[in-house]
Write a protein that binds this ligand. Structure first.
Ligand SMILES: [Zn+2]
Ligand SMILES: [Zn+2]
Length: 135
């Protein structure tokens, strides 16, 4: 049964997910700022095998502080951020919450790279914060 679905702004990328989330994450790292054009990215981590992704997704990877390759997948046509991948956790995939058909499904649980937070990027102070990526 499809529990989550979503896609990009132009509609050519679509996904359906048949699993419960592993964790809901806000990441304030410098890479996420560049990639989102904002103060952080918000994503839900799922088992990769449970995500059925269709459409032309373009991937771009950079080396993270950890030494892992951190890769973002975005619509090749409209550029909407869709997924995040890391070679450190190859069995998992992050879904960018703005791409969900119902982004209100996102439940933030953890803030990563809070050490890089910009002074104006305020996230729920009751959430546990990690200076880097929690493992
Ligand atoms: Zn698109
Ligand atoms: Zn990040």
């Amino acid at each position: 049964m499809t529990k989550y679905s979503g896609g990009c702004l132009c509609g050519q990328v679509h996904y359906e997910i048949e699993a419960d989330p592993i964790v809901g994450l806000q990441c304030q790292c410098g890479n996420c700022q560049k990639r989102s054009g904002g103060g952080h990215t918000s994503f839900i981590v799922f088992p990769k095998a449970a995500v059925n992704l269709t459409g032309a997704v373009k991937y771009h990877g950079v080396k993270a502080d950890s030494g892992n390759m951190s890769t973002r997948g975005f619509c090749a046509e409209c550029g909407s951020p869709i997924v995040g991948l890391s070679t450190g956790v190859p069995e998992k995939i992050g879904i960018m919450v703005g791409s969900l058909d119902d982004p209100a499904q996102f439940v933030p649980q953890v803030v990563a790279y809070a050490s890089r937070a910009l002074p104006w990027d305020r996230i729920d102070p009751s959430l546990p914060k990690f200076p880097q990526m929690p493992s």
